[in-house]
Design a protein around this ligand. Sequence first.
Ligand code: BV8
Ligand code: ZN
Length: 249
Amino acid sequence: MVIRDDLVDALQAARAVVVLTGAGVSAESGIPTFRDAREGLWAKYDPLELATPEAFDRDPETVARWYDWRREKCAAAKPNPAHRALAGLEKQLAARERGFTLLTQNVDRLHQAAGSENVVELHGTLWVWRCTRCGVEHEERDVPFREYPPRCACGGARRPGVVWFGELLPEQALQQAHDALEACDFFFSIGTSAVVEPAASFIHAARRRGAKTVEINRDPTPISNAVDWSMPGKAGEILPALCKRTFAI
Ligand code: BV8
Ligand code: ZN
């Protein structure tokens, strides 16, 4: 894979870096991406349909079982070289008093497990569950659940602390994302098909601000021809090589 000198120079000169990640970053940890999530008994379900409040109202057991299947996969997963390279990049930039914000669409918390600190969970996490009656939230790490859906002490059904299609993103996460995009001069899009809004529009906000843009993705996406550097391939191979060339880490 070719790591271009002008990319290395631009990243070394960057003052405020924003990274947007998607399911492709966790693929090398054994977690199926949204596109590839149609595995085994879940093959007949459309993730875009299951990840909705309507589906949970209609069939909370099936939706809770799907999320518990994903929790079991995430529980068994370890951060991969892409996660670790991003944690290392954050530290290198911090050492140079440069800005770094990791905006993730992933709900698996593998970035945090790899040591990333300034992480914004745009779509929530499947490790926190919320009561649909009293609103109480708890971190739930034990897998699998004993009942579907899991019940709250008040008797209410509990749902995953994720953002479903048709639901607004958490206000605080959106504000953190906009503040980071306002200040950024370097934007990475990594392991995302770049179709789900509003995250898919972040790169356009960064470009409008004159930020340099890079895409690292296995397959072409709607933004592949809009970025300054398009790097097709595996994030777990490209990111460590880029960080090694740029910051000798
Ligand atoms: C909202 C949490 C207000 C749950 C998720 C404007 C136009 C059209 C539609 C809309 C619009 N505005 C809003 C919408 C509706 C909708 C939307 O965007 N729909 C899409 C399908 C068109 N957006 C919403 O509903 C958002 N809410 O806007 O509220 C509103 C509401 C209604 C109408 C107007 C306004 C909420 C969106 C969040 C939904 N929740 N996740 C859960 O996880 O269960 S989204 C979920 O799907 C993920 O978080 C992620 O965002 C998305 C999946 O995308 P990716 O992560 O990119 O994964 P994918 O599998 O698609 O691609 C993986 C990529 O990785 C591939 O390209 C592959 O090539 C690459 N890859 C694979 N392996 C590797 C790799 N790359 C590198 N290395 C590898 N090894
Ligand atoms: Zn409750």
